[in-house]
Design a protein around this ligand. Structure first.
Ligand SMILES: Nc1ncnc2c1ncn2[C@@H]1O[C@H](COP(=O)(O)OP(=O)(O)OP(=O)(O)O)[C@@H](O)[C@H]1O
Ligand SMILES: [Mg+2]
Length: 337
């Protein structure tokens, strides 16, 4: 409980600090509040403001007449105009004036990652820090950042819908991760997502579980399963543990509730994941240290062995009927070398 109040107090402090900041020359923060004489305004022109219209091919062109002729001078898009024109791509660099240019509100005040919603024109972004003063179970900031980015790359390569994550280097707030805001999304616990998890197809459920296993994440609680439009989506992989190849279904909301119904593991879905081995390794490589790639390779090897073991056990009649997540977890454990 003390921890909780400490987190809230730290967050309130951060918000207060942000309120007190003003921009100095070059868009950098100056502490202390008040106006800085002569400082250039770092905020880009309002995205929906006058003076600009959409030209052909969606480009911004100046409305002002050009002296001595009728030619229309095209202005290149600013970084923010470019940003809001498309969905975020995984690993994309986000312009660092997004936070100051948009309207900011705190979300999830209990979280130590100080998440916020930033609205800019008709687009909104979910942004959180990667600088946790308590550390993430011994993980460095760089590992946390890689973890946040690696999992969406992994899930996408497996054919799952993921929230791509961009990186914003902020002069004051440090390295932030940015996602497109998902309207109407709720954490699984907020609406009791058990019926939705139970209704998952074996194919999707198995792929989601394989994502949890391959990412090595041990933080798959009900807040890290997002429910949107009746579908579940895995989020928040900052805490992935790349140092181990352990099996982590134990703290998985998904495994618990798929299992409650005895939702079967789909052998075809596992085969499909295994067939994408090369694509998976290639997708995660930009967001992985060499040792993280090694771990991922080991996990894929182990998944392959566990699958072979499951088939063998079924053929020998040792494993009957449909395979539950925990029965498959046993195969993963037994596939240890
Ligand atoms: N892209 C998004 N759009 C809208 N809401 C989001 C988005 N991403 C996350 N959220 C909401 O914010 C909550 C916190 O997100 P997330 O788990 O990524 O942050 P966190 O600070 O790491 O969480 P915690 O440390 O509490 O596990 C989620 O449960 C979800 O409800
Ligand atoms: Mg979370």
């Amino acid at each position: 409980m003390t921890d909780y109040f400490e987190h809230v107090a730290a967050f309130v402090e951060l918000v207060e600090e942000l309120k007190a900041q003003v921009h100095g020359p070059g868009g950098r923060f100056v502490a202390g509040g008040g106006k800085v004489p002569g400082a250039p305004k770092p905020v880009e022109p309002h995205l929906t403001g006058g003076g600009r219209v959409r030209g052909g091919a969606g480009r911004f062109v100046s409305k002002k007449p050009v002296a001595g002729g009728t030619a229309v001078v095209e202005k290149p898009k600013t970084a923010l105009e470019e940003l809001v024109s498309k969905p975020i791509k995984n690993g994309q660099e986000i312009p660092n004036n997004l936070i100051e240019s948009g309207e900011r509100t705190a979300v999830g005040v209990g979280s130590y990652n100080a998440p916020m919603k930033v609205t800019l024109g008709d687009k909104a972004y979910f942004i959180k820090t990667t600088d946790n003063p308590q550390g993430f179970g011994g993980l460095s900031r760089e590992q946390v950042l890689n973890n946040e980015l690696r999992a969406p790359a992994l899930g996408q390569a497996m054919g799952l819908e993921m929230n791509p994550v961009g990186i914003l280097q902020h002069p004051h707030l440090g390295t932030l991760v940015v996602q497109d805001w998902v309207e109407g999304a709720l954490p699984a616990h907020a609406i009791d997502a058990r019926p939705i998890v139970k209704a998952l197809s074996s194919d999707t459920g198995t792929k989601l579980l394989m994502l949890e296993y391959l990412s090595g994440d041990r933080d798959r609680h009900s807040s890290n399963l997002m429910v949107v439009g009746g579908q579940v989506r895995e989020i928040d992989f900052g805490f992935s543990q790349q140092k181990t190849v352990g099996v982590s279904f134990g703290r998985s909301y998904l495994a618990d509730h798929m299992n409650e119904r005895g939702a079967p593991i789909s052998p075809m879905a596992i085969r499909s994941v295994l067939s994408k081995r090369e694509a998976i390794l290639k997708a995660v490589e930009p967001f992985s240290s060499p040792s993280a790639v090694k771990i991922m390779t080991k996990r894929l090897d182990r998944l392959e062995k566990a699958y072979a073991l499951m088939v063998e056990r079924q053929n020998r009649g040792e494993m009957r009927g449909l395979v539950t997540p925990f029965a498959f977890q046993q195969c993963l454990l037994d596939a240890m070398d």
